[in-house]
Write a protein that binds this ligand. Sequence first.
Ligand code: PGA
Length: 244
Amino acid sequence: MQKKIVANWKMYLTLSQSVALAKRISNLKSQISNLAVVLCPSFVALEEVGKAIKNRGVKLGAQDVFCCAKEGAFTGEVGIDDLRELGVKYVLVGHSERRQHFHETDAQVNQKLKMVIKAGLRPILCVGESVEIRKRGEECGYVAKQVKAGIKGVPKQKLDKLLIAYEPIWAIGTGRADTPEDASEMQGWIRKVIGSARVPILYGGSVNSKNAVAFLRADNVDGLLIGGASTKSAEFMKILRKVC
Ligand code: PGA
């Protein structure tokens, strides 16, 4: 399976910064052609980043989508058809920051995931436990529940569109990444829960140029979802060069 590197730029970069970084990454792409690289800028930067990476082998991703309708009176939301028209191929669903700050429920995450699959795009379902759950040793049950709730009602043959990102909340943006061994164990468990060898499972949470190779070498780690480190040009280039 081709390793996937997904960059989640969150709300870190302006439009011009996003385009500049996208250009730098697509210039590098010929040297890293064995990797699938996906950039997820903010909604407002999607169109211009899409132009900057067009025909350069880098794919466009969105950080979110409206769950519940393709169009209508939903002020401030962005629908799936807009994303598709802009050339988006991947959509993050259920990122822990959305679950935490915007109170997204498993049911909404499930609706988003189905919306993305129905539109012919690929959802990246984000799951991961809090530090409290980890301390209680309940992370496997918790993550299994998130995975099952996320894919509820999706026919098995449609699962080949799906990607999963395991991102323990305590590792996101903290500089305290999981260990490759523990991530590998959890991702093996997720694979069992999902019951398919074809769903890529990514690790995310404080990935940087020092630990990226070790994560990608671990069993069951098919790629990386990178936040902070993917917004810093030199650091992200370093990661891409090291892991290709
Ligand atoms: P981080 O974020 O790499 O900054 O920890 C990862 C993510 O939230 O996807």
